[in-house]
Design a protein around this ligand. Structure first.
Ligand code: GTP
Ligand code: MG
Length: 368
């Protein structure tokens, strides 16, 4: 796993790069200046010049100390609820009536194409909702949604039933060990058949409570705005059972749920905070990038100065666009953030390079 870039080794020893390349060739290795060689090879080369190679393994762990939280540091946090289900079954519509918003109207072709994260004040606290696309092309997003969530609301249209992406959502939720609450939507429609839907759910091991199973099914209509209170009550009940807690008073960690490059603003990422509190001005690392939080915005686009456990925030200030699913970590010192980022980039670069070398060798063999 330990490697060194050949040009670095040459520089450190004050030897011409070409000399090392030639020496490696004599040893039967074709390596260019920008490529990495393994530790043993580096040691061998260095010894010929009376140098010793010392492993200065960079340990991320020294920067990200993960001390266990003491019980008294833990505070209740809002539940993170992901809405999943087959395309067009009414996920976004349901969220719209819960939030009194009109996201559905703004979506191109009425299809959700990203994970949206929203805060909904309800009774004594907040509930955080993640909206996911039901289109078959978005498997990865459904998997990601299930991973960062405490509860899943599985939306099934009463006039359509359990469909391929319903099943996929069930699988993702089960794989992530997340409890499912079923919202049987569109019960206002003429073709709605509750019993048929429950039968199909039971076939997928989601046996409704009223049939002796333990799956809560709430009939709702996003259009007529019925059943919503029951649904939210069930969400609260289920989250109480989970006793969700986190330590808000330490450096934040979270997950990128979506990210993009915006003209004028640069890299923009929506982060779901899992623990600690993120503040503006703090240095962070995410994936291979780092930066200082220049500004943060809540789900309504309002600028905020901090975000605690479970809350989604949009952040700007990163050096690049991290990948959705990447972890984001706040660090005490910007130098540390930069070091981690550079180290990760280096690692990725040598991985990419070894991939291309292997590939070009393979194509060489094919020609022989
Ligand atoms: P994707 O994000 O593309 O997966 O779809 P979605 O699950 O978010 O569905 P969306 O909320 O966009 O709704 C799809 C269509 O169903 C829209 O035309 C809604 O108006 C309609 N719809 C949603 N809920 C109801 C409902 O309760 N009753 C009726 N009659 N129509 C509904
Ligand atoms: Mg949608």
């Amino acid at each position: 796993d330990d490697t060194v870039v050949l040009s670095d080794l040459a520089k450190r020893m004050g030897v011409k790069g070409n000399e090392l390349i030639k020496r490696l060739m004599e040893m039967g290795m074709m390596v260019t200046l920008n490529q990495s060689i393994d530790y043993e090879t580096a040691e061998l080369l260095a010894s010929e010049y009376q140098f010793e190679v010392e492993k200065a393994a960079f340990e991320e762990e020294t920067i990200f100390q993960s001390e266990e939280d003491a019980p008294e540091q833990l505070r209740p946090r809002p539940p993170v609820v992901t809405i999943m289900g087959h395309v067009d079954h009414g996920k976004t519509s349901l969220l719209d009536v819960i939030r009194h918003s009109k996201i559905t109207e703004k979506e191109a072709g009425g299809i959700t194409q990203h994970i949206g994260a929203y805060r909904v004040p309800y009774e004594n606290g907040d509930i955080i909702f993640l909206d996911t696309p039901g289109h078959e092309a978005f498997t990865a997003m459904r998997a990601r949604g299930a991973k960062v969530t405490d509860l899943v609301i599985l939306v099934v249209a009463a006039d359509d039933g359990v469909m391929p992406q319903t099943i996929e959502a069930i699988d993702h939720s089960k794989a992530a060990g997340v409890p499912i609450i079923v919202a049987i939507n569109k019960i206002d429609k003429p073709g709605a058949d509750l019993d048929k839907i429950k039968r199909e759910l039971a076939e997928k091991d989601l046996v409704p409570e009223e049939w002796g199973g333990d799956t809560i099914c709430v009939p709702v209509s996003a259009k007529q705005e019925t059943g919503l209170d029951e649904l939210l009550e069930m969400v609260l009940l289920q989250s109480e059972v989970l006793e969700l807690k986190a330590n808000p008073s330490k450096l934040a960690r979270g997950f990128i749920v979506e990210s993009k490059l915006e003209t004028g603003r640069g890299p923009v990422a929506t982060v779901l905070i899992s623990e600690g509190t993120l503040h503006t001005g703090e240095p962070v690392v995410s994936g291979i990038y780092y930066g200082k939080i220049r500004a943060m915005f809540d789900d309504m686009g309002k600028a905020v100065k901090e975000a605690g456990p479970s809350y989604p925030v949009e952040i700007i200030g990163l050096s690049g666009v991290p990948m959705a699913g990447d972890e984001l970590m706040a660090v005490a010192d910007e130098k540390d953030a930069k070091q981690v980022s550079e180290h990760r980039m280096e690692k990725q670069r040598s991985k990419d390079l070894s991939k291309t070398t292997r590939m070009s060798l393979e194509s060489l063999y094919e020609k022989m």
